[in-house]
Design a protein around this ligand. Structure first.
Ligand code: GLN
Length: 480
């Protein structure tokens, strides 16, 4: 079976109609992983027993002539920041290197309840902090399109696994761009839903007011199917929204004619690579050709987004990561003499350099004397950034931008320059701060054949319009 052409519908149908078994399908994916993941490094842990048990359930259903659920028999994988019962969950960190959760995150539980088969856990930057996957405590991930380049981050494994046909769809998390940017770098679709749309129960926290779970897929329809499966109120997460989840798939083919699409000048300024610019502009032109009205808009506070994000995110991270102290779970340093020795050495040995940098930054901006100047100020600017979007969305139904100012860069290129790395998030952090949904969909490639991503942002809880526009883009790109 050709794994590269499989999508949710074809995989499910093959199992339903007994053209193959879910077991055989899962075996082919493990063979592919065995053969090719040595180079790519997308997986941290495989959970073959769990996968085979689920495959067996799906095969029995199919054999009994029962209709499979929406993801029945579909091989998937999840970023290693989502808890999986009895399966090691590391968040890409040594501090959780031996952590076996006793429960499943809601997103994973919902995927499995819909018949999906979880193959394993995917590599990522430590605690999802990074834009290149080079901050994983285990090993970096390489971009399947060019292994000398990064896959993006922090959900690098999630993007690479889909791009390298090592899973049909995957889950990632996005705090400042970590779904959309790697999707763009690897040439796949990545969707961040509205804050609160998908439960964060069982997601290892980085910055709780910014963390979102969402899908990676080869096409927009698969992303819509997965999102619909995992979305919706969950009593285990008080921030999950009690707002009905539309049938995203059914809405995909509604015409986009007449939709107003905003182009924000702040996203087309200095620092935008010329090849990325022309690919994105061409994609916007195509949307105009299918009847969208392209309208200039302004998001005037955009220039403050990066500093605002890196204050809010590090502040929340410093608090969330206080729990890794060697007492309850995870890594504990050896040969300890005192309690304080245990805290210090566990954290010193357990965390990598970037995580320590963020904990220090976050502790600093929250400390008495600096709180008002940094944290409180950042919260105010966050409100202004959100208002920018609210005002723009009075005039338009969606906003289109590049996902990242450049295509994938080389491994090591920015690893020693944290500021340059942070600037790579310039077009993605704004949506996380505002809590609005966004997608990255492939829209061309550079002369060096590196993928380029088009970002589409929408109103709060209006994932349907975002997906519909992305689908229209994909259809027009296919027709061309
Ligand atoms: N690159 C950003 C960071 O390092 C975003 C990470 C993310 O979205 N998890 O914080």
């Amino acid at each position: 079976m050709d794994l590269s052409t499989l999508n949710v519908d074809t995989a499910r149908e093959a199992v339903q109609l007994r053209k193959t078994t879910a077991m055989a399908l899962v075996e082919s994916f493990y063979e592919k992983i065995q053969k090719e993941d040595g180079l790519i490094g997308a997986y941290l842990t495989l959970c073959k027993e769990r996968a085979m048990a689920q495959a067996d359930r799906m095969d029995r259903m199919a054999a009994e002539g029962k209709t499979l659920p929406p993801l029945g028999g579909v091989p998937v994988a999840v970023k290693d920041v989502m808890c999986t019962a009895e399966v090691r969950t590391t968040a890409g960190s040594k501090v959780l290197g031996n952590f076996i959760p006793p429960y499943d995150s809601t997103a994973v539980a919902r995927l499995e309840a819909a018949g999906a088969i979880v193959l394993g856990k995917l590599n990522c930057d430590e605690f999802a902090m990074g834009s290149s996957n080079e901050n994983s405590a285990f090993h970096p991930v390489r971009n399947p399109r060019d292994p000398s380049r990064v896959p993006g981050g922090s959900s690098g494994g999630s993007a690479a696994a889909v791009a390298a046909d090592m899973a049909v769809v995957t889950l990632g998390s996005d705090t400042g761009g970590s779904i959309r940017q790697p999707a763009s770098f690897c040439g796949v679709v990545g969707m961040m839903p509205t804050y609160g749309r998908v439960s964060r129960y069982g997601l290892i926290a980085f910055a709780s007011s910014l963390d979102h779970i969402g899908p990676f897929a080869r096409n927009v329809k698969d992303a819509a199917t997965v999102l619909r499966t995992i979305a919706g109120r969950d009593p285990m997460d008080a921030t999950s929204a009690d707002i009905p989840v539309p049938d995203y798939v059914a809405e995909l083919d509604k015409p986009v004619r007449g939709l107003r699409v905003g182009m924000a000048k702040e996203y087309f300024g200095d620092g935008l690579d010329t090849e990325v610019r022309s690919a994105v502009e061409a994609a916007i032109q195509k949307l105009a050709q299918v009847g969208c009205e392209v309208i200039p808009v302004s998001l005037p506070h955009t220039e403050y987004a990066i500093p605002t994000y890196y204050i809010v995110a590090t502040a929340e991270a410093s608090s969330n990561l206080a729990r890794y102290d060697g007492v309850r779970y995870g890594y504990r340093a050896k040969n300890l003499r005192t309690l304080s020795d245990m805290y210090r050495r566990t954290r010193d040995e357990g965390f990598g350099a970037e995580v320590k940098r963020r904990i220090m930054l976050g502790t600093y901006v929250l400390s008495a004397g600096y709180y008002d100047a940094y944290y409180l100020k950042a919260q105010k600017v966050r409100t202004l950034l959100t208002r920018d979007f609210e005002e723009a969305f009075q005039k338009v139904d969606a906003i289109v931008t590049p996902t990242s100012p450049t295509a994938a860069f080389k491994l090591g290129e920015k690893a020693n320059d944290p500021l340059a790395m942070y600037l790579a998030d310039i077009y993605t952090v704004t949506a996380d701060l505002a809590g609005i949904p966004g997608i990255s969909v492939p829209c061309g490639e550079t002369r060096e054949k590196l993928p380029i991503g088009l970002q589409i942002l929408g109103r709060h809880f209006d994932e349907a319009t975002v997906l519909r526009l992305a689908h229209a883009h994909q259809q027009s790109a296919r027709a061309a």
